[in-house]
Design a protein around this ligand. Structure first.
Ligand code: ATP
Length: 254
């Protein structure tokens, strides 16, 4: 059965003064899928994501999230979405447990911090401060904060940028695990291998416009069917495989 859309974006436009960053894009995100926004730097991905997250005003267009109209009911939308908080919001003197208590207080709910930290394998860092975490741990904590209000949809902006291969794979597992509980995920990434592993469907954006939307498999099959061939025979392994072969799959950050 075709899944129903949980997000509908119609003719979304965002202008920064005279500059048109998003030029009338339309797409749907289906319930329970991982939907990727891919495109070059400056394409308009973060702008689009932040409009859906209610963090940025749109210029025009219609956005419906979980049945709520962004224009009329932004507060209802805030209740059903999970947003990665900016690192600047992580008060330096509080440890991870205290930060979770603080954030859950903002939502007016009571959350078991240890349960939440265990979901992202950070129980042993419960008393550590954010600045004391490695890059991968910071990303995992940031994803944990999106889950505080048990959201239907979470938004992840470049969740694995700057991480080593083990930490990236570990985050992929975490993202797939979150999806397996029924949560819809919208993410941006510059890593095509990541998009191929994680995304059910992808929208390619360039210059503020959507070029095409499809599943990774279908995009690749269509390109091959059009006669495209890689110039060089691809080896059966790449340098990342060598890295993992030498250093194993275990996380190295604790
Ligand atoms: N607050 C702002 N004021 C003016 N222009 C902005 C603002 N935020 C973004 N832009 C511009 O809008 C365009 C789209 O930016 P956006 O951050 O959405 O792109 P992106 O696809 O997320 O890029 P990246 O991959 O580099 O993160 C860029 O040209 C950017 O310079």
């Amino acid at each position: 059965m075709e899944k129903s859309p949980i997000i509908t974006v119609e003719n979304l436009v965002k202008n920064y003064d005279k500059f048109e960053a998003v030029k009338g894009i339309s797409f749907e995100v289906k319930e329970g899928e991982i939907f990727g926004l891919l495109g070059p730097n400056g394409a308009g991905k973060t702008t689009t994501l932040e409009i859906m997250e209610t963090l940025r005003d749109k210029t025009s267009g219609k956005v419906m999230i979980g049945g709520f109209d962004l224009e009329k009911s932004p507060n209802d939308i805030k209740h059903i979405i999970g947003v990665q908080l900016q690192a600047a919001g992580y008060y330096p003197n509080l440890n991870l447990t205290e930060l979770i208590k603080l954030f859950s207080g903002l939502y007016g709910i009571d959350v078991n911090a240890i349960d939440l930290l265990s979901k992202v394998s950070l129980v042993d860092k419960a008393k550590a401060k954010y600045k004391e975490l490695s890059g991968g741990q910071k990303q995992r904590f940031s994803i944990a904060t999106t889950l505080i209000n048990k959201p239907k949809i979470i938004f992840l902006d470049e969740p694995t940028t700057g991480l080593d291969p083990q930490a990236r794979r570990n985050l992929w597992d975490l993202i797939l695990e979150i999806r397996s509980t029924g949560t819809t995920i919208v993410l941006t990434t510059h890593y095509m291998d990541e998009a191929e592993v994680l995304c059910d469907r992808i929208a390619f954006i360039d210059n503020g416009k959507i070029i095409d939307i499809n599943s990774p498999d279908q995009f690749i099959d269509d390109l091959v069917a059009s006669g495209f061939e890689r110039k060089k025979e691809v080896k059966k392994a790449n340098l990342e495989d060598v890295f993992i072969h030498f250093t194993g799959k275990d996380l190295r950050e604790s």
